[in-house]
Design a protein around this ligand. Structure first.
Ligand code: GTP
Length: 363
């Protein structure tokens, strides 16, 4: 069965601001590699070579990185939306490129789901599509999906109030759909697949099946989840071929330092003073430098971040090109945008977000 894939990467990623002022959400790095590249690897592993990227916000950063896909042995087609068309509108917008059954992937989901097994499931079950579901402890912030014993979906309940959830199974953002579903999506306006198209499909008697798995799954929409994703990759809870301990091309910069607590991932060209405290759960991007007696814990630093002597960074995300002055303190939950300078001795409250939108969004 020849299957294409559409990856939805057009969202503005408002909840990840200020990171997404400088980097579109799909290009936000997981262990120094753009998240979308991880998704592409998963598609490749499932023998999918024909991928459509439905983009809109800062698309140039995505095009510059992936090009026509030939570097990955894939064929990438871009569809750039002038105004966001929503999750179903984005699919309708690429109708002319779709030749048969196709996967749809939310561009911000980190999961170990095996797309091949989902393809086999759909092949066996038939119907107009299959939806990947996972079980969560608290389904109330998500889209709940109810199905019968045969797996046929009977209801969608978006974000039910706590205590009223009809199930603990939620829409995990990966779908395998037949081309016929396109007939249900009106053209030329924003349409939500979760809120409009899927409920309409079942109301019209079309069969959608639940493919529930126990895979690792995380939606990277918020800073806390982004940090959690790194913890899970570093611990091995999310399999991404990372060895436990101190890892990455720059790991030697940490060897023999007495105040280093794994797991840590350090990219090439990092410089770490031997008196610095690093870890656990720290990612240092390419070219980061950490000064004497500085401390970095439970944090992800992108590329070329300079941390001055005696500075303390805890549970924070720091974008590329940031300078943190000596003895400054970046408290937990802080998110620092591209190229920000934090003065020596500055004390940032927990949850601080620093970084202004660019005057013009590039691309
Ligand atoms: P927030 O602004 O923080 O809610 O993030 P978001 O804009 O990415 O929205 P959300 O997390 O709900 O989106 C889920 C997925 O769908 C993400 O991968 C988005 O890139 C994608 N997406 C959301 N809306 C659109 C759209 O209108 N067009 C396209 N092509 N993709 C979209």
């Amino acid at each position: 069965m020849f299957v294409q894939a559409i990856v939805l990467v057009g969202g503005e990623g408002t909840r990840l601001r200020p990171l997404t002022y400088g980097t579109p959400k799909p290009m936000v790095p997981i262990l120094n590699v753009p998240f979308l590249a991880r998704t592409m690897e998963r598609l490749y592993a499932a023998e999918i070579r024909d991928v459509i990227l439905a983009a809109g916000y800062m698309p140039q950063a995505i095009v510059d990185y992936f090009g026509d896909g030939s570097g990955l042995g894939m064929n990438i087609t871009y569809a750039i939306e002038e105004t966001p068309l929503g999750t179903a509108g984005a699919i309708k917008n690429v109708e002319r490129h779709i030749t048969g059954p196709f996967f749809v992937l939310n561009g911000d989901v980190l999961t170990s789901l095996d797309l091949r097994s989902m393809r086999e499931f759909h092949h066996e079950k038939g119907g107009i599509g299959a939806l990947h579901l996972i079980r969560v402890e608290d389904p109330s912030p998500f889209g709940c999906v109810v199905h019968d014993d045969a797996g046929r979906i009977t209801a969608f309940v978006e974000k039910p109030p706590k205590g009223t959830e009809p199930t603990d199974e939620i829409n995990a953002g990966t779908y395998l759909l037949e081309r016929d579903i396109l007939d249900l999506i009106p053209a030329g306006r924003a349409v939500s697949i979760e809120r409009e198209t899927f409920p309409q499909a079942i109301a019209e008697g079309k069969a959608l099946y639940a493919f529930t798995t126990a895979d690792y799954w995380l939606d990277l929409g918020r800073p806390e989840q982004y940090l959690a994703a790194h913890r899970d990759v570093l611990s091995g809870a999310m399999p991404l071929a990372v060895e436990p301990g101190i890892n990455g091309a720059g790991r030697e910069a940490l060897f023999g330092h007495p105040r280093v607590v794994p797991p840590i991932f350090a990219a090439a060209d990092v410089v770490v003073d031997a008196s610095a405290t690093i870890g656990p759960n720290v990612v240092l991007g390419r070219g980061c430098s950490i000064g004497a007696a500085a401390a970095v814990r439970e944090s992800v630093l992108w590329e070329h971040v300079s941390v001055g002597a005696g500075a303390i960074i805890e549970e924070a995300i720091v974008a590329s090109g940031v300078t943190i002055g000596a003895n400054a303190r970046v408290a937990h939950g802080s998110v620092i945008g591209h190229d920000v300078t934090i003065d020596p001795g500055a004390i940032l409250e927990p949850g601080t977000r620093l970084g202004a939108p660019p005057e013009r969004i590039p691309g």
